[in-house]
Design a protein around this ligand. Structure first.
Ligand code: SAM
Length: 383
């Protein structure tokens, strides 16, 4: 398929659970004490294990550690929440004036929070993206289970965990795969039932240096499948990350991007002049001030083609923010909650880069929350 608009997947959420042939038992990557520490997600593991050994690890900064949250700020509405036990607090996180916490390791490199509210949003977004893309974790046309899988910028690790292990009770989705998820924040759970999934606190823009007993100290892991999802806000240089993916790929491997196009669209044009359009334009303007192109997903296909002589496929599905047809209602509701509940956290820094004061940010976000659910707008964002 060549840049087609495929809306058929929208009406088939949950379909497409992959029946993969079993491969050999999972191969445990070594916890090598060389360049990186690979933190295992196996039973009984201490989720903090390895952090102090991380060569890049930084302690809290001038912005204040998680243990010293400033008390003068108002508590944002999205922060207080019933703990589910499934979110991870990153001890070296730092706070900003929004009251949200951010990664402390390589502080200032990424502009969205890492706290419980953001972790909830990421998991909701995962559900939304699964609906928008036909219920499939992977779309690369692999004819066998990839042995080594890299999930770049894994977030809560929800994709990596589901890909590596269980998508349905008592069923192993990819038991022959070993999945490594990397992130600036170590916010992924250590799940006893997940034996073939590991998480590493690492910057994907740095050289990838993962080793196994098989490769020994001399060789790096070569990945059969590199997955990048919702990374358009992440990197100072997307091409560096793409280059790492190619350089660390086994011949015949696949790279898969799944990302969002944030400029809102509508078939009727009613989105023109809406608060939703104004919000995203301001967000984009702020990020462009610091050199980040929030519409970078439109370049992925060309960049991939330039970097490789191999095949490239692309599919687009719309993710509606409003509530239109019954089949899209649930997806639209998830997208709406993702936007309205998440906006304050994910846009605070970007709106600041655009020059908005704290009051102006609060006003724009309040207007967004008021207007975004208007079904007459019929807004959607291509995924
Ligand atoms: C929007 S979240 C997406 C999470 C996940 N891929 C998903 O789809 O659920 C982006 C994640 O990228 C991480 N990130 C940002 N810059 C990064 C970098 N340079 N290296 C590794 N992770 C990074 C952030 O910490 C955050 O968890």
């Amino acid at each position: 398929m060549d840049s087609t608009t495929d809306t058929s997947t929208i009406d088939q959420p949950g379909d497409g659970a992959k029946e993969a042939p079993l491969l050999s038992p999972p191969i445990a990557a070594a916890k090598v004490a060389s360049e990186r520490t690979i933190d295992g997600a196996a039973a009984g593991d201490d989720p903090d294990r390895g952090r102090s050994k991380d060569r890049h690890s930084m302690s809290s900064s001038h912005s204040g550690s998680i243990h010293s949250q400033p008390t003068s700020i108002l508590m944002p509405a999205e922060v207080p929440r019933e703990p589910t036990g499934s979110t991870i607090i990153e001890p070296d996180s730092v706070f900003d004036d929004s009251g949200r916490s951010f990664h402390g390791y390589k502080e200032g490199k990424y502009f969205l929070p890492n706290d419980a509210a953001e972790q909830d949003r990421l998991d909701l977004q995962h559900a939304m993206l699964m609906m928008a893309t036909g219920g499939k974790l992977a779309h690369a046309p692999m004819d066998h289970d990839p042995e080594y899988v890299m999930d770049v910028a894994t977030g809560t690790g929800i994709w990596a965990i589901q890909f590596g292990t269980v998508t349905r009770p008592a069923a192993q989705e990819h038991p022959g795969s070993h999945v490594i998820g990397t992130d600036l924040s170590k916010i992924q759970p250590a799940l006893p039932m997940v034996q073939n999934c590991e998480f590493v606190k690492d910057d994907a823009e740095e050289e990838w240096l993962y080793r196994t007993p098989e490769t020994g100290s001399a060789g790096k892991v070569l990945f059969d499948y590199v997955h990048l999802r919702m990374v358009f806000t992440c990197f100072a240089d997307n091409l560096v990350v793409m280059r790492h993916a190619f350089d660390n790929m086994r011949p015949g491997g696949w790279i898969e991007y799944c990302d969002l196009y944030i400029d809102p669209l509508s078939r009727t044009g009613r989105h023109e002049g809406s608060t939703v359009q104004k919000f995203w334009a301001t967000f984009r303007k702020g990020m462009s001030k610091i050199g980040r192109d929030m519409l970078c997903p439109r370049n992925y296909k060309a960049w991939l083609a330039e970097s490789s002589t191999s095949k490239s496929k692309s599919t687009t599905a719309p993710s509606p923010t409003g509530r239109r047809t019954p089949s899209q209602k649930r997806l639209g509701q998830y997208a709406l909650v993702n936007l309205t509940e998440g906006a304050r956290g994910f846009s605070w820094k970007a709106l600041g880069f655009a020059g908005l004061s704290a009051d102006e940010k609060e006003t724009l976000i309040a207007e967004l929350r008021r207007d975004a659910g208007d079904p007459s707008l019929e807004i959607f964002h291509p995924v």
